[in-house]
Design a binder for this molecule. Structure first.
Ligand code: HEM
Length: 504
């Protein structure tokens, strides 16, 4: 009896899948005719081609020869038509349209429903409007003394590792969590010490598992959570969230104590118009605009999804490029010698605007290492483009990794590290959307000013104190482009003490 039921279910499934296949081809044929189709198998589309491939090979299997917009079916999921976009004009048309505010389906695996990075457009619009100012230029200016204190602490800790190869991604990861907790959550922690390392390894392995799932269509069902990987991933994320909840509870207790002594921190910050990220979230909770879950998930968004691995990976990329290209490192240090008297002098807002060569280096590093190599969006209503129509429900992957390395847009030396390409005289005829390290449009990175300011301050402290070296050459750098980009050459950088002499 059981056997008969199972065969009936199997037959029914095959039948339904075939109907879906016919429907999707029939319904979308005329709309899709204008686009290049990447050929796949019936029903499963490109899904089968992914089996047995590692992260990099999977990523590459979707990259077509041309940067023209193309599409592929990746499985029997109705309307899961996947578009590949790699031209600046298409980035512009798509990311500035309100039909593409919804994130692509794989973002639902990020264990976060209501935070800025993953939320549905209806929740996102309100959250973004409310939270924009907490990470805007005015607020970031006030964070500068904290950035100095935390990154000075980072370089103090690095003193112990002089003469050795260091994992600069981990070091920066700990410092960035410390900085974010202090600037945006008002929590002064000792996380740069041992606890930070524990959290780093937990995060690193959780993200690896998550990336693995995202790239394997057959792991997209809820059954994944019953597998060993699924259970491990869930437990690591839960541990991370427990850490955030504890910090949040402590902060709430601290606010309640202050209130008992007549100090209403939230009301004062609101009146002074300088609420940090958490103060704003908690004030909105008091006003019943945010739920408790929304506050927690916004905290997770900054500390897990968006604010930490992004900055630390980019910092790793910049330092690696400077270690490989000693001539550029010397030019950045020369710039520092013109700006600072002392090796430990704190950076001011005035100093920041004078770090012009460092800015070119940061941009060129972000071109090489776009942290979101594929920006994923869902089309929420049929969208006309390039003589065709992207059907509602399609998943769009905007490939900034490929666009940033395309010789058509960056010339024959696109694969080289050449910061001068960003000089105004060399980039005047670029398309405004060919360089998109922080995304584009209304759903771009809310933390871009925060990130650039903190990167400049961290780099100015580290480069005044240490010389960075490596045995690697540019072609030896191994990167895994996935939902987030990963640089695999850990422990590639060595630090030596730098002789500091100001030229002021
Ligand atoms: C160099 C470091 C960083 C880079 C390269 C970066 C890049 C990005 C990119 C590409 C996106 C996605 C845009 C899209 O989907 O179109 C994004 C979103 C986001 N980033 Fe960043 N980011 C960085 C640092 C930060 C920091 C430090 C914070 C917070 C303090 C932050 C908070 C966010 C948030 C909350 C979102 C979601 C925004 C939304 O959907 O409204 N990021 N970032």
């Amino acid at each position: 009896m059981l056997g008969e039921i199972l065969s009936f279910i199997s037959l029914l499934t095959v039948f339904v899948l075939m109907i879906i296949e016919c429907l999707k081809v029939y319904l979308n044929h005329t709309k899709l005719r204008a686009f290049h189709q990447v050929k796949g198998w019936p029903v499963i589309g490109k899904g089968l081609d992914l089996i047995g491939k590692n992260n990099v090979e999977m990523f590459e299997s979707f990259i077509t020869e041309t940067e023209e917009m193309s599409y592929a079916w990746i499985g029997p999921i109705p309307f899961h038509c996947m578009f590949h976009v790699a031209r600046p004009e298409d980035f512009q048309a798509i990311l500035t349209s309100d039909k593409f505010i919804k994130k692509a389906f794989p973002y639902t695996f990020l264990h976060n429903r209501t935070g800025l990075f993953t939320s549905q457009p209806s929740i996102w619009k309100k959250h973004r409007r409310e939270l924009n100012s907490t990470l805007g230029p005015k607020m970031v200016t006030t964070f500068v003394p904290i950035f100095n204190k935390k990154f000075q602490k980072m370089t103090d800790l690095m003193e112990r590792q002089i003469g050795t190869n260091i994992d600069i991604h981990e070091i920066m990861f700990r410092a960035v969590i410390d900085t974010l907790l202090c600037t945006s959550f008002g929590v002064d922690s000792a996380i740069q010490n041992k606890k930070g390392t524990e959290i780093y390894y937990m995060f690193d392995s959780a993200i690896d598992l998550l990336q693995k799932r995202i790239q394997r269509v057959w792991l997209w069902t809820p059954i994944y959570h019953l597998t060993l990987d699924g259970k491990m991933e869930d437990s690591k994320f839960q541990a991370f969230y427990r850490f955030n909840r504890t910090a949040l509870e402590n902060k709430k207790m601290n606010l309640a104590e202050k209130l008992e002594h007549g100090e209403d921190e939230l009301a004062i910050a609101k009146a002074n118009k300088n609420q940090n990220f958490l103060q704003k979230c908690l004030q909105l909770e008091v006003e019943q605009e945010f739920t408790d879950e929304e506050v927690c998930e916004e905290m997770d968004t900054l500390l897990v999804a968006a604010g930490v691995d992004t900055s630390s990976t980019i910092f790793f990329g910049i330092t690696l490029m400077l270690a490989i290209h000693q001539e550029y490192q010397e030019r950045v240090v020369d710039e520092m010698r013109e700006i600072f008297d002392d090796v430990n002098e704190p950076v001011t807002n005035c100093h920041l605007s004078r770090m012009t060569f460092l800015e070119l280096v940061i941009k060129e590093s972000m071109r090489h290492f776009p942290i979101a190599p594929l920006i994923g969006r869902e089309c929420t209503s049929d969208f006309e483009i390039n003589g065709g129509v992207i059907p509602k429900g399609s998943q769009i992957y905007l490939n900034s990794f490929r666009m940033h390395r395309n010789a058509k847009f960056y010339g024959q030396n696109a694969h080289e590290f050449y910061p001068e390409r960003f000089l105004p005289e060399n980039s005047a005829d670029w398309h405004p959307y060919q360089f998109v390290p922080f995304g584009v449009g209304t759903r771009n990175c809310i933390g871009s000013r925060y990130a650039l300011t903190s990167l400049k301050i961290a780099l100015s402290h580290i480069l005044r104190r240490f010389k960075l070296t490596t045995d690697l050459k540019l072609p030896d750098v191994i990167i895994e482009p996935s939902l987030l980009l990963k640089i695999c050459n850990k422990h590639a950088i060595r630090i030596e003490r730098r002789e500091w002499k100001s030229n002021k």
